[in-house]
Design a protein around this ligand. Structure first.
Ligand code: ARG
Length: 463
C-alpha cells in the first residue's frame, strides 16, 4: 500500500511507477533503513508516542527483519511497494497492524533516506579503506619480492633514467595513501545524522537528536534541517574519491599493460588474471588491467551525473535526488571490484630482471655519469658534456652501450678516462647515486619500503 494514498482519488499509472519507484535499487539499503527505524522507534517512544510495549514489539519485529535483510532473505521481487522505506513499513504493518502504522510519526522519508544513505556510504567507506590497504599490502610485497630489479623510468614514454622496481611500486603506494586519507576525511566530515529533521523543517516531537545520532554511530546531528534533507555532498565526495582512486588504478594498469607487452617484456601476469583470444591461440591478454582502465568511464560519469543533478535544485528535498543512488552504488561496487582484482594482478606478477636491466641500460642513461666523472677529474662541465656526447655518438655508431667500449677507445676522447670509469657506468652505480630522500637510490628506497612494510603490518595487526 502506498504511503501517501489519502488525498488521491486515482491510482498511479504504470509508467509513473516505472519512473518513480526505487525499490529495485534502494533495497540495497534495507539493513540501514531498519537500523534507523529501530533508533527512531526508541526516540519517539521517549516522547510518549509509543508505549514501552509497543516500542518493544516494533524493535523485535525490526530485528527479525534485520536478520532476514542481512541474510538476503527479504522478498523484494514479490513486493508492490515503491521504495525500501515503504517496504519496511509494510512488513511491520503486516506483522503488527496499527503499531507498525505508528512508526513514521514525526519522521519523513526525506530525513529517513538521507540517514540511510549516510549509513550506507559510511559502511562502504570502511570497506573501501580495507580494500585500499590490501592494494598497499600487495604492492609492498611485490616490491619486496623483486627488490633488486632495476627497470627504465620514463618521461614522454621515452626511456629517461633507470629506477629501482620498488620505487615504481611505492609511487603508487603514495597515491593509494592519499586515497585512504581522502576517504578518512570524508568519513569525518559526513558523520552527522539527519534523522529528526523531518520533511524539511524539523519535527514537532521533542526527540533527543544527539542521542539518536550517537546510537547510529554518528558524532553529532546535522545542524540545519533544510540542509540535512537536501545535502548530498557526501555522495559527491565519495564519487570524487572513487574517481581519483580509479584514475590511480588506471594509470597503474596502463604501466603494467605496457610492462607486460611483447615490446617491453618486463613482467608476466598470472593465468588467473588474463584471458585468451578466441581466434589467436598464442594470445594472453591483460583483460583485468584493461578493465581497471576501462571502468573509469562509468565511475567518472557517475560523479558528473550527480553534480549535474544537484546543481539546479532548490531547497530542500526534490525527487531528482533519488537519482543519487544508482551511480553511487555502481561506482562503489566497481571501485571495490577493481581494488580487489588489482591485488590479484599484483600478486601474480613475475619479473624478467634481465630484460628490465637490458632496457634500463639502453638509451645511454649513463652519459651524464660519464660527464660527472670527467668533472671530478677537473674538466669543466661544458667540456665534459661535449666529450660525453662524442662518446655517445661513437657508441651509437658501433650499436653498443658506452660501457662496452674499450678503455683504449674511450681514451681517444679524453686521456683523463681511466679504468675506474667502468664502475661509474654501471647501472646500479647511477641508480644508487640518487640517494636523496624520495629518490630511487638503494638507501632511500630500502628505507621507504621498510616503512611501508611496517605500516601494512601495523594495519594488519589492527584488523
Ligand atoms: N525513494 C526516495 C529517494 O530515494 C525517498 C524519499 C522520498 N521522499 C519524498 N518526499 N517523496 O529519494
Amino acid at each position: 500500500m502506498a504511503l501517501w494514498g489519502g488525498r488521491f482519488q486515482g491510482g498511479s499509472s504504470d509508467m509513473f511507477r516505472q519512473v518513480n519507484d526505487s525499490l529495485s535499487f534502494d533495497q540495497i539499503m534495507a539493513a540501514q533503513d531498519i537500523r534507523g527505524s529501530i533508533i527512531w522507534s526508541r526516540a519517539i517512544a521517549s516522547t510518549g508516542v509509543l508505549s514501552t510495549d509497543e516500542q518493544q514489539q516494533l524493535e523485535a519485529a525490526l530485528n527479525e527483519l534485520l536478520v532476514k535483510a542481512e541474510a538476503g532473505e527479504l522478498d523484494f521481487a514479490a513486493s508492490e511497494e515503491e521504495d525500501i522505506h515503504a517496504f519496511v513499513e509494510a512488513a511491520l504493518t503486516e506483522k503488527l497492524g496499527d503499531i507498525g502504522r505508528k512508526l513514521h510519526t514525526g519522521r519523513s522519508r526525506n530525513d529517513q533516506v538521507a540517514t540511510d544513505f549516510r549509513l550506507w556510504v559510511r559502511e562502504h567507506c570502511e570497506q573501501l579503506l580495507g580494500d585500499l590497504w590490501n592494494v598497499r599490502a600487495s604492492l609492498s610485497s611485490v616490491a619486496e619480492r623483486f627488490k633488486t630489479v632495476i627497470l627504465p623510468g620514463y618521461t614522454h614514454l621515452q626511456r629517461a633514467q633507470p629506477v629501482r622496481f620498488p620505487h615504481w611500486c611505492l609511487a603508487y603506494v603514495e597515491m593509494f595513501k592519499r586515497d585512504i586519507s581522502r576517504l578518512e576525511d570524508l568519513i569525518a566530515r559526513m558523520n552527522q545524522c539527519p534523522l529528526g529533521s523531518g520533511a524539511l523543517a524539523g519535527t514537532v516531537y521533542p526527540v533527543d537528536r544527539q542521542h539518536i545520532a550517537e546510537q547510529l554511530g554518528f558524532i553529532s546531528p546535522c545542524l540545519n534541517s533544510l540542509d540535512a534533507v537536501s545535502d548530498r555532498d557526501y555522495v559527491l565526495e565519495l564519487l570524487f574519491c572513487a574517481s581519483t582512486s580509479m584514475m590511480h588504478l588506471s594509470r597503474m594498469a596502463e604501466d603494467m599493460i605496457f610492462f607486460n607487452s611483447g615490446e617491453a617484456g618486463f613482467i608476466r601476469l598470472g593465468d588467473n588474471v588474463t584471458s585468451g583470444s578466441s581466434l589467436m591461440p598464442q594470445k594472453k591478454n591483460p583483460d583485468a588491467l584493461e578493465l581497471m582502465r576501462g571502468k573509469c568511464g562509468r565511475v567518472f560519469g557517475s560523479l558528473q551525473a550527480l553534480l549535474v543533478t544537484m546543481k539546479g535544485l532548490p531547497l530542500a528535498y526534490n525527487k531528482d535526488m533519488q537519482e543519487d543512488k544508482e551511480g553511487a552504488f555502481d561506482a562503489v561496487n566497481q571501485w571495490h571490484i577493481c581494488l580487489s582484482i588489482a591485488c590479484e594482478v599484483i600478486d601474480s606478477v613475475q619479473m624478467d630482471a634481465e630484460r628490465c636491466a637490458k632496457a634500463a641500460k639502453e638509451g645511454y642513461a649513463n652519459a651524464t655519469e660519464l660527464a660527472d666523472y670527467l668533472v671530478a677529474k677537473g674538466i669543466p662541465f661544458r667540456t665534459a658534456h661535449d666529450i660525453s656526447g662524442q662518446v655517445v655518438l661513437a657508441a651509437l655508431e658501433q650499436k653498443k652501450p658506452i660501457e662496452d667500449l674499450s678503455l683504449q677507445e674511450l681514451k681517444q676522447f679524453s686521456s683523463d678516462i681511466e679504468d675506474d670509469v667502468y664502475e661509474v657506468l654501471q647501472l646500479e652505480y647511477l641508480v644508487d647515486k640518487r640517494n636523496v630522500l624520495g629518490g630511487t637510490g638503494i638507501s632511500p628506497v630500502t628505507a621507504a619500503l621498510q616503512n611501508e612494510i611496517s605500516a601494512v603490518e601495523a594495519w594488519k595487526q589492527g584488523q
